[in-house]
Design a protein around this ligand. Sequence first.
Ligand code: ZN
Length: 259
Amino acid sequence: MATIARILAPNPGLYTGPGTNTYIVSSGGEALVIDPGPVIASHKLEIVAALEGLIPVGVVATHTHPDHAPMANPLAVTLEVPVYGYQDGPSFSPDIRLDDGDEVGFGSEAITAIHTPGHTSDHLCFRVGDVLLTGDHIMGGSTVVIEDAAAYLDSLYLVRDLGVARLEPGHGDAIDDAGAAINEYIEHRMEREQQVLAAVRGGAGTIGGIVDVVYEGIPVGLREAAVQQVAVQLKKLFDDSAVWFEVGTAEERTEVRAR
Ligand SMILES: [Zn+2]
């Protein structure tokens, strides 16, 4: 059985909740570090301290966002281990690339990479036994910002089919009833899609107008994210032939209509 330990990075914020969860998974005296987070000296010291008595064998990132991956390469240099990840990103360059189904061993165990595009196209979840390390695919206590609504929904079905018991997210607390949480996420996505479609059918003719209906009362600091999320949702509705919209124009000038 693998042991999973969590270390909270000191980077709380609007999009990171209490901060990024760094995980140390270990078995038989060997350990992998998953999502070492941003480059923060005190956090690096905490990770190194948590590895005491263990032999580190790799540093792994779920995806290349700045709150997950930039510490991977410098930490790997310190630990003299390889970096594993899906692809290069800003401040991230894996020595060994992982694709769907690839394994990284530690002790007598291994993590298995599950390619889960949607939050980002390069996102991986990692299965270890009956636990799934979900990165930003699923968070504890909030929904996630996505880049591709159709891919994201497919990736939710994919991880639901794994049938794991527990989720260890990139932000927030562990989720003990994995199946119920994933179903809630799927329902939320479908509900959001229907809300956007209803807003368009109700006469909202711009992305800004849809945001005003679907995200009524949203804090100013989150409005830009809401605009992006509506644009992502419209792309799926467009591909599904449910709406027409003009691509690539500013928020208030983008014309949207039902079809
Ligand atoms: Zn992310």
